[in-house]
Ligand binder design. Structure first.
Ligand code: DP6
Length: 359
């Protein structure tokens, strides 16, 4: 068990009166899903994700020493316009991380943020948003405590991001990230994500085409969704299944077994949805178009032998995963047979990426 106390600064820091920094963080797509948590973002099972490349949040933070005249501690802009509706969520995040970043008490934060993907695309932005903000705060921490190592900076960034949104712990590095303790990976932790580099090369360049079946707001917020796992009749079995999948997937990734990957990743996505179908209240988050896409993908794989697979987040959109060397034929199929199921024919072409970038 790793102690949270390691993340509390213990030495006297430099005085920095003003500092501006900009970070871009990617979204990620879980292969083994995090669904169910204990207090303060401790996952009920370990998860594994691909870090994405193109779906990103870029956030600038201007930190300025607070004066007696400052009425508030922060102001948020989205895409260059004031966004007061984002402020409560950011305030909650800052309050949660304050014990680990007490220096924030001294600053007013002017936060400017923008997503590379359309705001209303049904793509969750909390992972990339929290990771980008955590990265900016950790850059300030590095100015205050210059002895902080790059490794500890990254680790604490994931630790802080997790306190904003669990899956954000997995948006700091790439191409694959583990989050949640498992005996098979002694360096894994419930408190932060760790980069996993042992995957066969084929998985380091995987593609993800996101079919935007529903661009609206998610029907079930992740907070509500995770809570559905409390007293869920299948919860314990689901956590055991995810733990077994975690270990199986690591072997599959390491050995480059694309068939095994396809089978496991699809069952994971459908297990997540099965939990929502059988919770109380129950939710059907797939649309008829989601099902049509799934059936077409399975048919295509059967008839062509090409390794196209899907995963889902907690909504109707479909992430199509496939190896780079088959991209040409698969992209043709997506255009001719699948794009029509997307709202306004919109999709996002993405691929596996490497994590945070300072801009
Ligand atoms: C289905 O990370 O959004 O995407 O911790 O409440 O912010 P909070 O939840 P969040 O949950 C993600 C759920 C998921 C699966 C996953 O990404 O592992």
């Amino acid at each position: 068990m790793i102690d949270k106390a390691q993340f509390v600064p213990k030495i006297e820091g430099n005085e920095i009166s003003s500092f501006k920094t900009t970070w871009s963080a990617p979204s990620n797509i879980a292969l083994v899903k995090y669904w169910g948590k204990k207090e303060l973002q401790i996952p009920c099972n370990p998860s594994i994700s691909f870090t994405l490349d193109q779906c990103r949040t870029t956030t600038s933070v201007q930190f300025k020493s607070r004066t007696a005249h400052d009425h508030s501690s922060l102001a948020v802009q989205y895409d260059g316009k004031p966004a007061p509706s984002f402020e409560p969520k950011v305030k909650t995040f800052i309050d949660r991380i304050r014990p680990y970043a007490p220096y924030l008490n001294e600053y007013h934060l002017q936060i400017d943020t923008v997503n590379s993907f359309p705001h209303s695309s049904g793509i969750a932005s909390s992972a990339s948003a929290m990771a980008a903000l955590a990265a900016a705060i950790m850059d300030l921490e590095k100015q205050i405590y210059p002895s902080l190592t790059a490794e500890d900076q990254i680790k604490k960034c994931s630790f802080l991001a997790r306190l904003g949104s669990g899956s954000a712990a997995r948006s700091v590095e790439g191409p694959l990230v583990l989050w949640g303790e498992h005996t098979a990976t002694p360096d894994s932790s419930d408190l932060f994500g760790v980069r996993w580099t042992k995957a066969a090369d084929v998985f380091k360049t995987y593609r993800d085409t996101i079919l935007l079946v529903d661009k609206g707001q998610k029907e079930v917020s992740s907070t509500v969704g995770h809570n559905l796992m409390h007293n869920h009749p299948f919860a314990e079995n689901r956590f055991a299944q995810a733990k077994a999948h975690y270990q199986d997937l690591l072997a599959i990734l390491e050995n480059g077994e694309i068939n095994g990957f396809t089978d496991l990743v699809e069952r994971e996505a459908l297990s997540l949805h099965a939990m929502m179908l059988t919770s109380s209240p129950s939710y059907i988050l797939m649309h008829s178009n989601t099902i049509q896409i799934i059936q077409k993908v399975r048919n295509f794989r059967k008839t062509t032998g090409l390794q196209l697979t899907f995963t889902l987040d907690a909504g109707a959109n479909v992430h199509l995963l496939y190896p780079e060397h088959e991209a040409e034929q698969i992209c043709q199929f997506i255009e001719s047979d699948l794009r029509q199921y997307c709202q306004d024919n919109e999709l996002i072409s993405d691929r596996v990426g490497t994590g945070l970038k300072k801009t």
